[in-house]
Design a protein around this ligand. Structure first.
Ligand SMILES: [Zn+2]
Length: 456
C-alpha cells in the first residue's frame, strides 16, 4: 500500500478548476491529493458498496474550510473526519441535483483535519458502470467495466471531477457472491495478472491522475504477456486472437518513445472488452480499454491502439484543464497516432489515415455546423487534429499536406456560411493562436484561454 502521508508526488499544479463549468469542485477551498478506495462489487444487485478516503493537499489550519466533491446519484451512508468511515461524523450537505452535473457534496472540514472518509453505494443506473449479463460477453460470466470520461467518475466515486485536479490512489476491490474467485479485477493502476481465489485485489496508482482516468473492470479474464512491460487481458475465448492482433504492441510503445520521450506509466497493457463495449478505446493509464471489433485477424485496425497509446502523453500527462478544451486531448493525440503509425508502417500508411481523417472531418463539419458555437468540444478528434497543427508545434514530414488541411478548414464553404458571420473562421484563428503547449511535464496541466475569448 502507498503511504498516504508520503505521496509519490509532493506537489502537482491545479488548473482552472474554479472556472471549470463541468465540476462543482472549484467552489470549495480544499483540494484532494490521495484516495484510498475500498470497493465491494455486487453483480446480483449491480451496485458497488464503497468507502472513499480522501487525503487533502494539506491539513487545514486556522478556521474550518469546505471540501466540495462532485457526486451524481450516489447513496451516502456516512461522512466522517479522518481515515476511517467509523471516525467522528463530519457536517455535510448535498446541494440540489442537476441532471447532468449531479450534486455538489459540501463537507465542513475543521482545522487540523488531514482526511475525510465517505461510505456510500452506487445505484444500478450509475452512468459510468456498465454491468453486462453473461450473454453480452464472450463467456458465461457477468462483466463490469467503467467509463469515467468525461464527467461520469462522479457516478461511482465522490470526487473532484475536474480534469485539472490530480490525485494518486490505492484501492481494494472485493468481488461478492458466487462470482467470487471466478473473476479478475483490474484498474487504471498496478494490476494483478491472475485471478485471486479469495476474490480480493489490491491496487496502487502512484502517478497522479484526474478523476476521468479512474477505471475498474471485473470479469472472467486471462492475461498473456507480449513483452516485459506489455500484455493483453481478455476473455479466454478472445485472448488468442487478441494476442495475435496486438503482437506489435512493444514496437509501438518503442516507436512512441522515440518520438516523444520515455513512457512514464511503467506497464502498458490492453484490456479487450466484451463486444458490448460502446467505444473504440479508452486511454485508462497503464490499461487501455479496447473494443474487440478491432480484432480483424490481419492487424489492420491497430491505429486505434496507437491512438490510445498516444494518449499516454497527450491527455494523460498533459491534460486539458476543462472539457471546453477537449479538442486539445484529441487533436494532438490524432496527430501523435499518425506519427507513430508512420514510424512503424511508413508514410504511405499515415497518408491513408490522413485521407480517412479528412473525410471524417468533412462529415463532422456537415453534421455539427448547425450547432457550431464558441465551444468546439463536441467534435474534438479530426478538427482538433487540424487545429493542433499550429505554428510552433512539431510538424509532420509532409508540409504540403499540413498546409492543405489547415487551409481547407477555414475555407470550407459550410464554415463560411455558418450563421451568416465569420465567427467560425475567427474561432479557428483564435484557437490556433491559443495553442501554447510547449513541453511535456508529468504533472503539467494545459491551460488555455477559452475559445470564446479568442479573437482573430
Ligand atoms: Zn482519443
Amino acid at each position: 500500500m502507498v503511504s498516504p502521508a508520503s505521496p509519490a508526488s509532493p506537489t502537482f499544479p491545479i488548473a482552472a478548476s474554479a472556472t471549470d463549468p463541468h465540476s462543482y469542485a472549484g467552489q470549495g477551498t480544499l483540494r484532494v491529493r490521495h484516495l484510498r478506495l475500498q470497493v465491494a462489487v455486487d453483480f446480483a444487485q449491480r451496485t458497488l458498496a464503497a468507502t472513499a478516503t480522501w487525503w487533502l493537499t494539506e491539513p487545514t489550519a486556522g478556521g474550518p474550510a469546505t471540501l466540495v466533491l462532485d457526486t451524481r446519484g450516489l447513496l451516502l451512508d456516512a461522512v466522517s473526519r479522518g481515515e476511517s468511515a467509523d471516525g467522528p461524523a463530519a457536517s455535510y450537505r448535498l446541494e440540489t441535483a442537476d441532471p447532468v452535473l449531479g450534486q455538489a457534496l459540501r463537507i465542513e472540514v475543521p482545522a487540523g483535519t488531514a482526511a475525510i472518509s465517505i461510505a456510500y453505494r452506487t445505484v444500478p443506473e450509475a452512468a459510468a458502470l456498465q454491468w453486462l449479463a453473461p450473454a453480452q460477453t464472450a463467456g458465461a460470466h457477468p462483466f463490469l467495466f467503467t467509463q469515467s470520461q468525461a464527467i461520469l467518475a462522479r457516478t461511482w466515486l465522490p470526487c473532484q471531477d475536474s480534469p485539472g485536479i490530480r490525485f494518486t490512489y490505492e484501492a481494494t476491490v472485493e468481488v461478492l457472491g458466487p462470482e467470487r474467485g471466478q473473476l479478475l479485477a483490474l484498474m487504471s493502476a498496478e494490476n494483478p495478472q491472475h485471478t485471486a481465489p479469495e476474490g480480493r485485489y489490491q491496487f496502487q496508482m502512484v502517478q497522479p491522475i484526474p478523476a476521468y482516468l479512474m477505471a475498474l473492470a471485473v470479469g472472467r479474464l486471462d492475461f498473456a504477456p507480449l513483452s516485459a512491460r506489455t500484455g493483453i487481458y481478455a476473455e479466454p475465448a478472445t485472448l488468442p486472437k487478441a494476442t495475435y492482433e496486438f503482437a506489435d504492441l512493444e514496437q509501438m510503445v518503442g516507436a512512441a518513445e522515440q518520438l516523444y520521450g520515455p513512457y512514464q506509466w511503467q506497464r502498458y497493457d490492453l484490456l479487450v472488452l466484451p463486444p458490448a463495449f460502446p467505444f473504440g478505446g479508452m486511454e485508462n493509464p497503464r490499461l487501455t480499454f479496447v473494443t474487440p471489433t478491432i480484432l480483424s485477424g490481419d492487424r489492420s485496425l491497430t491505429s486505434l491502439v496507437a491512438h490510445e497509446l498516444a494518449h499516454s502523453w497527450s491527455g494523460n500527462l498533459v491534460t486539458n484543464a476543462t472539457w471546453n478544451d477537449f479538442w486539445l486531448n484529441e487533436g494532438f493525440t490524432v496527430y501523435f497516432e499518425r506519427r507513430i503509425m508512420a514510424h512503424l508502417y511508413g508514410s504511405t500508411y499515415a497518408d491513408m489515415l490522413q485521407v480517412l481523417g479528412e473525410a471524417d472531418l468533412r462529415a463532422e463539419l456537415k453534421q455539427d455546423i448547425a450547432g457550431l458555437r464558441a465551444d468546439i468540444g463536441g467534435w474534438p478528434h479530426q478538427p482538433g487534429y487540424a487545429l493542433a497543427l499550429a505554428p510552433g508545434w512539431p510538424r509532420p514530414r509532409r508540409r504540403p499536406q499540413r498546409h492543405c488541411l489547415r487551409e481547407r478548414l477555414p475555407a470550407t464553404a459550410d464554415l463560411g456560411a455558418a450563421g451568416g458571420t465569420s465567427a467560425p473562421r475567427c474561432l479557428y484563428q483564435g484557437v490556433l493562436r491559443s495553442v501554447q503547449l510547449s513541453e511535456y511535464g508529468h504533472h503539467q496541466v494545459c491551460r488555455l484561454p477559452h475559445a470564446a475569448a479568442a479573437r482573430p
